[in-house]
Design a protein around this ligand. Structure first.
Ligand code: FES
Length: 149
């Protein structure tokens, strides 16, 4: 049993320490906004925040997470930067199939929380590990710039 703070709420999670956070979120807690893509830390679909940093939840065991602040896409309501990012995504009409987009938004929000006016290089660096098979990268960049305004 682990006590995890997720989106501001302390939740008891009945799972093994080695269970990746992605599985705990989706299969144990029924929080399915965070997506499974590769399961190997390579695609970014499963990105969440841990203490404000963008982290791949598919390769992060829950045993290391007690006392940390975990934020998922479901936590946007209590997170002004994430909420701004979601609105910018909506207005830029970013998603095509949509599958990777919660991870994209989590990476974008982590970037904007550290750099409120990122240049192209900073955006490339922050978003480099988030893959989109529909190729929505141009709209993602536009939405990040709009969210930064
Ligand atoms: Fe975690 Fe691809 S599912 S990085």
């Amino acid at each position: 049993m682990k006590n995890l703070k997720i989106n501001g709420q302390l939740l008891q999670v009945n799972a093994d320490d080695n269970m990746p956070l992605l599985w705990a979120l989706r299969d144990v807690m029924d929080m399915t906004g965070t997506k499974y893509g590769c399961g190997k830390g390579l695609c970014g679909a499963c990105t969440v925040h841990i203490d404000g940093e963008a982290v791949r939840s598919c390769i992060t065991p829950i045993g290391a997470l007690e006392g940390k602040e975990i934020t998922t896409i479901e936590g946007a309501e209590g997170n002004p930067i994430l909420q701004t990012v979601q609105e910018a995504w909506y207005h830029a009409d970013v998603p095509q199939c949509g599958y990777c987009q919660s991870g994209q938004m989590m990476s974008a929000a982590a970037l904007l929380s550290k750099n409120s006016d990122p240049n192209d290089e900073a955006i490339n660096m922050a978003m480099n590990g988030n893959l989109c098979r529909c190729g929505t990268y141009t709209r993602i960049r536009k939405a990040i710039k709009n969210a930064a305004d």
